[in-house]
Write a protein that binds this ligand. Structure first.
Ligand code: IMP
Ligand code: MG
Length: 334
């Protein structure tokens, strides 16, 4: 068995969907597995000229690859069926490809109602936190108990370890949210309720020794949505938000914007063991003609994108030599 993992090094919305989509075209995966979170996530994918936003279903389905909602996730059943319909309406054949692990916990209507009351964290109001609370409180409802899901249910152990269908299992793990929102490593309590790091991926049934590549995805600036104060003071940051179209894929909320923080990147690379790092949206800073980053408490200003990218690459290779560092524009493949 082997597995590649795509993780977000910042606060979500860095372009994991784009990278997982790209990797599906490059490698012969047997499974794409969403390993954490619920429909709080929103992955924007451009497929044959169409813009598709998925919340639960991994993008493997666009490539005819078995797409699994792993046991680390929580699932809203109504939203799940809505997405299947949207994919079918976009002309994508999903038959037999979408699977739900039997031990996924369900997001109930009560979880949604409860989450709507949140004002402290600035959640996406999708019932995520209450669903995980009930999971860990051992009061949750499992996917295998939901009759409508019957034809989608798989036993994750059998699927990965006792499977006659494939010679070798080759998994692509698609993470949701990001390092800065991780329940253990993020800025608690301004976090989500799941494990967004590689640690969260291996909880879904793949042993650590099978991990091959860890793709860390970031942007050349930061965005965050939620209740804490995050937006930087410079007026250029407003401009970057507009140029970058930084509005939530799930909630439409404007994302607070700030400069790239290399301390966070360094932590996220080290904790995840990322060996390939992609910085997205370099075209946004090109259009804004502003290149600023923070290294420790110091702000550094650059005259060109190349200068800034060189600084970033050098910084990463100093603490983790041999890390591949890539830079990409918003709609560039990589
Ligand atoms: P929750 O996951 O809905 O409970 O929200 C907790 C925090 O995570 C809030 O700050 C949300 O805005 C943030 N969050 C959750 N999912 C995403 C995402 O997919 N992208 C960006 N932020 C997210
Ligand atoms: Mg997103």
């Amino acid at each position: 068995m082997l597995a590649d993992v795509v993780v977000d090094l910042q606060y979500g919305d860095c372009g994991k969907g784009k990278i997982t989509n790209f990797l599906c075209t490059q490698n012969d995966y047997t499974h794409v597995i969403r390993y954490n979170g619920g429909c709080n996530a929103g992955h924007t994918i451009y497929h044959e000229g169409k813009k598709i936003i998925t919340h639960h279903i991994p993008c493997g389905v666009l490539h005819g690859i078995k797409s699994v909602i792993g046991p680390g996730c929580v699932l809203n059943v109504k939203q799940f069926f809505k997405e299947i319909k949207e994919l079918e309406d976009a002309g994508i054949n999903t038959e037999g490809l979408i699977k739900v692990a039997s031990n996924v916990n369900i997001i109930t209507d009560f979880h949604m109602i409860e989450d709507k009351e949140d004002t402290e964290i600035g959640t996406t109001k999708r019932g995520n936190g209450p669903a995980y609370r009930d999971k860990y409180g051992r009061k949750g409802v499992l996917a295998l108990e939901v009759p409508e899901l019957e034809e989608y249910i798989i036993d994750m152990y059998t699927e990965l370890h006792e499977n006659e269908e494939f010679g070798e299992i080759r998994v692509l793990f698609e993470g949701a949210q990001g390092f800065g929102l991780d329940i253990d490593w993020g800025d608690y309590p301004y976090v989500t309720s799941s494990h967004c790091t590689v640690g969260g991926a291996i909880l879904n049934g793949v042993p650590p020794s099978c991990i091959r590549d860890v793709w860390g995805v970031a942007k050349v600036y930061e965005t965050y949505v939620g209740a804490k104060e995050f937006q930087g003071h410079e007026p250029e940051l407003e401009k970057i938000r507009e140029i970058g179209d930084e509005y939530g894929a799930t909630t439409g909320r404007p994302r607070q914007t700030n400069w790239l923080d290399l301390d966070l990147i360094r932590k996220a690379i080290n904790i995840n063991g990322a060996n390939i790092v992609v910085f997205n949206k370099i075209d946004v800073l090109e259009k804004a003609k502003t290149w600023i980053l923070y290294d420790s408490i110091n702000a550094f200003h650059f005259d060109t994108g190349e200068d800034m990218n060189y600084y970033i690459k050098d910084y990463i290779n100093k603490f983790k030599p041999n890390t591949e560092v890539l830079f990409s524009g918003n709609k560039e493949i990589i």
